[in-house]
Design a protein around this ligand. Structure first.
Ligand code: SF4
Length: 334
């Protein structure tokens, strides 16, 4: 069982702050999360809840002026928060890699695919050009890229979106990292290609024994790919459990609301047979997500929570563990 293993990455009490126009934006507000070895961990939540900033905090690629103001990120017995810039460069890309949402922002348009994949390989391993080229061909083949030798001479604009995404994943795994942080890497692809990339990621995660953090607003997609799912709301994890626990026995009202937003599959009947259910209910959680600079007393979800009681406006619940694999931060969840 995953929860008996020591964590590969342990985030405790993480606070990240960004000064913006006289206010302090807080994308992480005391966030706790553990990633285990060889697992795929999904992180779900609405846009603006801090998912991308969580990944950028881990890899210390925060925007200018942003800072981690409290907490720790323990990886391989080191606290990444305290590493110098040069120590962090040795971790970033080599031990922890990032796969971005839009491959064109990660790939250099004026360099051939071969140069970019070989550069990633040689950045982290001392190989001759000949051996690096051979490894690049193997990597592209692992990524199910047809005719990999010919692809080495092509440029990113000559490839389809799905192929570019595969090349970017090849550059991410080139150094055999322990962890890949994937920020909605399939959101810009059409549904068929998205499904291919998800299957590929799942196979690569096992083949290369990588731990994967996969961020998405799409709970249905995460439930297919991930061993566990963490639900993030306003800079904190409010529920985490196995994919099955989260989908079939959600304990936090926010998780339940997110699940209600999953559109029914074609031919499937909506769970609530009302005009509202067929429209808005399946697309957004009721109420507005507060701004990341807003200070909310008590439980951060209480202004939107359908079952809030008076105490919810005063006490901010911490994660507690109703079962060995399930954690939830709600005063009323048992
Ligand atoms: Fe809702 Fe209260 Fe639970 Fe927060 S603590 S999720 S407001 S019931």
């Amino acid at each position: 069982m995953i929860s008996h293993q020591p964590g590969l990455l342990e985030i405790r009490g993480l606070h990240t702050e960004i000064p913006a126009r006289g206010r302090i934006v807080r994308p992480a507000r005391g966030l706790d999360l553990t990633l285990y070895r060889n697992e795929c961990l999904g992180v779900a939540g609405e846009s603006g809840c801090g998912k991308t900033m969580l990944l950028l905090s881990i890899i210390r690629l925060l925007p200018r002026r942003a800072a981690i103001t409290a907490g720790s990120i323990i990886f391989e017995e080191k606290d990444l928060v305290g590493l110098s810039a040069s120590e962090m460069r040795a971790v970033r890309g080599r031990r922890i890699a990032m796969a971005f949402q839009e491959p064109m922002t990660a790939l250099n348009p004026v360099l051939s695919i071969g140069s970019q994949v070989m550069e990633s390989i040689r950045l982290h391993r001392r190989l001759t050009r000949h051996h690096a080229k051979r490894r690049a061909v193997e990597l592209l083949a692992d990524l199910r890229i047809p005719d990999p030798e010919r692809r080495l001479d092509q440029y990113p604009h000559e490839l389809s979106g799905g192929m570019r995404q595969r090349v970017m994943l090849a550059t991410s795994i080139a150094s055999k990292p322990s962890i890949i942080l994937a920020d909605e890497p399939t959101s810009s692809l059409d549904v068929t290609v998205q499904a291919q990339i998800i299957r590929l990621l799942s196979a690569l995660q096992k083949q290369y024994q990588i731990s994967l953090v996969f961020v998405s607003h799409d709970l249905a997609l995460l439930s297919q790919l991930c061993h566990r799912i963490a639900i993030m709301y306003l800079g904190r994890i409010v529920e985490v459990g196995t994919a099955e626990e989260i989908v079939t026995h959600p304990r936090h009202p926010y998780t339940r609301a997110l699940l209600e937003c999953i559109p029914p599959l074609p031919g499937e009947r909506p769970t609530r047979d009302t005009a509202e259910a067929k429209g808005k209910l399946f697309r957004e959680v009721a109420g507005e997500l507060p701004g990341p600079a807003d200070a909310i007393p008590g439980c951060q979800f209480h202004p939107r929570c359908p079952i809030a009681i008076d105490r919810c406006g005063i006490d901010n619940p911490s994660l507690h563990r109703p079962t060995q694999t399930h954690q939830v931060a709600c005063l009323l969840a048992s």
